[in-house]
Design a protein around this ligand. Structure first.
Ligand SMILES: Nc1ccn([C@@H]2O[C@H](COP(=O)(O)OP(=O)(O)OP(=O)(O)O)[C@@H](O)[C@H]2O)c(=O)n1
Ligand SMILES: C[C@](O)(CO)[C@H](O)COP(=O)(O)O
Length: 386
């Protein structure tokens, strides 16, 4: 089951003034649509992106038309018709969660995306809102005609996050004319949780908004230039003993002998876990899960890896990549490498192409060559914008 972003980009941007539709105009060295696409495509928890464009705009797609994560379809005459077309184009691609986003909001943060995806685990839907802080007036012919109670009022933003099947059903049933997908979902009985919106996540609507968005993006880039980048390494060895299988990087492989250890002896997963702890200067598995503690006897090593990954995220790090080499003559790792990478990526909450598992023999030399045990060496990179 995957998470998709659906970017509506079929509008004409009439309020942004004459010229190209706003999404194809320059912004901080790219175009508006490129900035929005990059924010979603580069997010490790977004598996695919559906870009909904106007039929006249195919030529503007440029290199996005061949990007492996990006597909496109054509929108309709209204925003909600464009969303429905995008949802229908996603049908059959195993989408579980979908984040619907305006192309005109290029400054959304990775944290907001994470928060929406996480909130969907406990709510039917989630959307960012900003509390109204200014007093509100009603106006009549240039005069203040009254005040409006602002308590409980929010300014709605996107992305708006839903369970895919429920949102498709809601759009199918909606007569049209909704301002956003929250309105469509609520009309279908779906409760929507409000997560804190971001002032920086502005919608480019009028000509002056380009300069504001440009300033925000340039500020964000400056922050990214001051990245805290950490490398960690991990090394582990387990000896062979009695048994009929080994567990390597979460995959059970039949083998004439088993690996001995306090836990399930998953030597590869232990090396990656230690690489993560190492990158944070947080010791090693033994410090967090002491072998003297009987509760970890026979434990699935997934617990340790998940703990290290969660600790990294709680400290504000993104896990950029992990790389692990298993050193053994047998079992042969190649046939299982894809399954191992899938399992490790799942536990780490990372994209497959950021998780590498490979193997080598030691040319029959040393303890691994004599098939006395298996060794694993791993590296991990953590990054945090400062
Ligand atoms: N038929 C439409 C109308 C709007 N949108 C998208 O919905 C979002 C709504 O933002 P808005 O600022 O209203 O965009 P436009 O409709 O392009 O702007 P305007 O109303 O100024 O013409 C935009 O990402 C826009 O591209 C769309 O995909 N299909
Ligand atoms: C969906 C939306 O971005 C929420 O703020 C907004 O309603 C869409 O843009 P519009 O200006 O209302 O067309």
């Amino acid at each position: 089951m995957t998470t998709a972003a659906l970017i509506v980009a079929a509008g004409r941007g009439t309020r942004a003034g004459a010229g190209l539709p706003k999404q194809w105009r320059p912004l901080a060295g790219q175009r508006v649509a490129d900035q929005t696409l990059m924010a979603l495509v580069d997010h490790p928890r977004i598996d695919q992106v559906m870009l909904v464009i106007h039929p006249d705009d195919v030529a503007h797609l440029a290199e996005w038309s061949s990007h492996p994560k990006v597909s496109h379809c054509f929108g309709g005459d209204s925003r909600d018709q464009s969303v429905l077309n995008g949802l229908q184009a996603l049908a059959g691609s195993d989408v579980h969660k979908v984040l619907v986003h305006d192309v005109a909001r290029p400054c959304l943060s990775a944290d907001l995306i994470d928060q929406l995806i996480d909130t969907l685990d406990i709510h039917q839907a989630a959307a960012p809102g900003l509390e109204v802080v200014d007093a509100l007036w009603r106006g009549d012919e240039g005069l203040v005609a009254g005040v409006q109670d602002r308590s409980a009022l929010y300014r709605a933003q996107t992305p708006q996050a839903f369970h895919y099947d429920a949102l498709l059903e809601a759009h199918d049933a909606h007569p049209g004319g909704a301002a956003d997908d929250v309105e469509v979902a609520r009309a279908h009985g779906i409760d929507v949780a409000i997560v804190p919106g971001e002032e920086s996540n502005l919608k480019i609507t009028r000509p002056g908004d380009f300069a504001r968005a440009e300033d925000i993006l340039r500020e964000q880039t400056k922050k990214e230039e001051h990245m805290d980048i950490r490398l960690g390494n991990g090394y582990d060895v387990h000896r062979f003993g009695e048994g009929d299988h080994v567990i390597l990087c979460g995959v059970k492989i039949p083998h004439g002998r088993g690996l001995q250890g306090h836990s399930d002896a998953d030597v590869g997963m232990h090396a990656v876990t230690d690489a993560l702890y190492g990158a944070m200067a947080e010791g090693d598995i033994g410090r967090h899960f002491p072998p003297s503690d009987p509760q970890w006897k026979g434990a699935a090593s997934e617990i340790f890896l998940k703990h290290a990954a969660d600790l990294a995220r709680s400290k504000g790090f993104t896990i950029s990549n992990v790389d692990c080499t298993l050193v053994c003559e047998y079992p042969k790792v190649g046939p299982h490498a894809a399954a191992m990478m899938t399992e490790m990526a799942r536990i780490l909450g990372m994209e497959m192409d950021r998780v590498s598992i490979k193997a080598t023999t030691s040319e029959r030399l040393g303890f691994t060559g004599r098939e006395e045990g298996i060794a694993a060496i791993a590296t991990a990179t953590l990054i945090k914008a400062q």
